[in-house]
Design a protein around this ligand. Structure first.
Ligand code: ASP
Length: 454
């Protein structure tokens, strides 16, 4: 395998000229960094909103920010986007009048609503990549701008949630394989067979990076962001928490599903297939090694991290034989899913079943669900329990190590914390304790001290 690195720089890493200068330094330090995928400019001191959000606000006539209770009109977003790019161009001292002109004309482009929204949303990545490419060249790093449309990065027509089509990989390999210097590639979007721009779900530049790494058989996929890596627990809650040096795909998956939102999961799927390691690194602290995500590792510790989810409720249903009745749980989940509610765990016993779900998703449909369940299942008892926190310790070392659950339970007992729900993942590398939200901080602290602190 050739030593070629895909590096993806997220919004905060390319938010302004100062940050882009750091990107240049990082790229120049290792000539294996051949494929540079960039996001649109993210938030910084000059603007608390991301360029992508401004673009979506323009596309939706102001609805985008209004739905978040923010009073930013489309005209203001228009000004903010142009101002942002002009500022970056001036501060980097690159040619850019043509870019601004093209961007202005793109923002006026007439398209059907859905297509227009994706087209506009993609413009942040599109032009940031061009500016960064010009800057790298100016700084003596030979670079070429490669747009998704230039390399046949074909995606489905699911606007705002596009999927990569398999033909893309061969096209990408062909195009990028012919490039001598550094290829600078805008993340977040691809092109449909009909030639329309379609974007991935939010945060989708991670996905572009993962797909390029897969297509090019990269030796590593570096994901440059603004934290030192993945922490054992949320460092805002436990300030002394450390960065986890190595994690398996399976562990990050378990950690990221419950409150560790560091990386777009879809971006990992293909890297995992080819065992391409993913390294999460900090643009603002490049000397830190970050977190390396790999297929296998020797477990040096039993638990690597604890995920926390404070937004859980559960539905409890009791009826004679419910848990033994084949299909009962399935039918129950189907009712909940019909309301687009995310579900997590399904603890079951002979006569009762609980379904843990996303509490926010329940808003506005509790009564309808209740009515449907009363009619369809005729339960002896049915209720919702709210304001539950789930703490989930994760670690592949747990499987062959007796007493981890006992340690965690003891830590909670010592704090007088009553556990409402217990569930062990069948792979035996995670387990989940649920209790009332008001216990969450002290429970996390107690479990951290017992399971993670060295
Ligand atoms: N710019 C896009 C977003 O804000 C995609 C990305 O940065 O990954 O969601």
């Amino acid at each position: 395998m050739k030593n070629q690195i895909v590096c993806k720089f997220g919004g905060s890493s390319v938010a302004n000229a100062g940050q882009i200068h750091k990107v240049k330094e990082i790229v120049s330090q290792n000539n294996a960094r051949r494929y540079v995928v960039v996001s649109a400019p993210g938030k910084d001191a000059s603007d608390p909103e991301k360029v992508t959000d401004h673009l979506l606000n323009i596309a939706t006539g102001g609805r985008h920010f209004r739905s978040r209770q923010k009073d930013i009109r489309p005209q203001q977003s228009h000004k903010a986007v142009l101002g942002k790019f002009k500022g970056i161009i001036d501060d980097l001292n690159v040619e850019g009048a043509d870019i601004i002109k093209q961007l202005e004309s793109d923002l006026k482009k007439n398209l059907p609503e859905k297509k227009r929204s994706d087209y506009l949303a993609s413009r942040g990545e599109r032009y940031n990549a061009e500016i960064i490419c010009r800057y790298l060249n100016r700084q003596g790093i030979p670079s070429e701008l490669v747009l998704p449309e230039d390399m046949g990065f074909v995606v489905s027509e699911d606007f705002s949630n596009a999927r990569v089509m398999p033909a893309s990989y061969r096209n990408i390999r062909k195009k990028l394989g012919s490039i001598e210097g550094v290829a600078v590639i805008p993340g977040f979007y691809g092109i449909t067979r009909k030639g329309d721009v379609a974007v991935f779900s939010r945060g989708g530049s991670d996905l572009t990076g993962g797909e390029i790494a897969f297509a090019m058989d990269a030796s590593v996929y570096e994901n440059w962001t603004d934290t030192d890596g993945i922490y054992q627990v949320d460092p805002r809650l436990i300030p002394e928490a450390r960065v986890i040096p190595r994690l398996t795909y399976k562990e990050i998956r378990l950690l990221s599903s419950k409150g560790f939102e560091v990386f777009h999961y879809d971006a990992m799927v293909n890297c995992k297939k080819k065992s391409i390691p993913i390294q999460i690194r900090n643009t603002n602290n490049p000397s830190s090694e970050g977190t390396l995500i790999v297929s296998e590792r020797v477990p040096e510790e039993v638990v690597v991290g604890i995920a926390r989810n404070d937004n859980v409720a559960y539905l409890y249903i009791e009826r004679d034989g419910a848990g033994e009745d084949i299909g009962f749980v399935n039918d129950l989940i189907e009712v909940v899913r019909n309301y687009d509610i995310e579900t997590y765990h399904y603890p079951t016993d002979k006569d009762d079943v609980a379904i843990l779900l996303n509490q926010d998703d329940l808003v506005g449909c509790e009564n309808d669900i209740k009515e449907t369940i009363e009619t369809q299942f005729k339960p002896d008892r049915f209720e919702f329990h709210y304001n539950i926190t789930i703490l989930s310790p994760v670690g592949i070392g747990m499987k062959d190590h007796p007493g981890v659950i006992a340690d965690a339970a003891t830590a909670l007992k010592e704090q007088n914390i009553n556990i409402d729900i217990i569930n062990q993942g069948p792979a035996q590398i995670s387990f989940h304790f649920g209790f009332q939200n008001y216990y969450a901080d002290s429970a996390l602290r107690a479990m951290y001290e017992r399971l993670l602190k060295k």
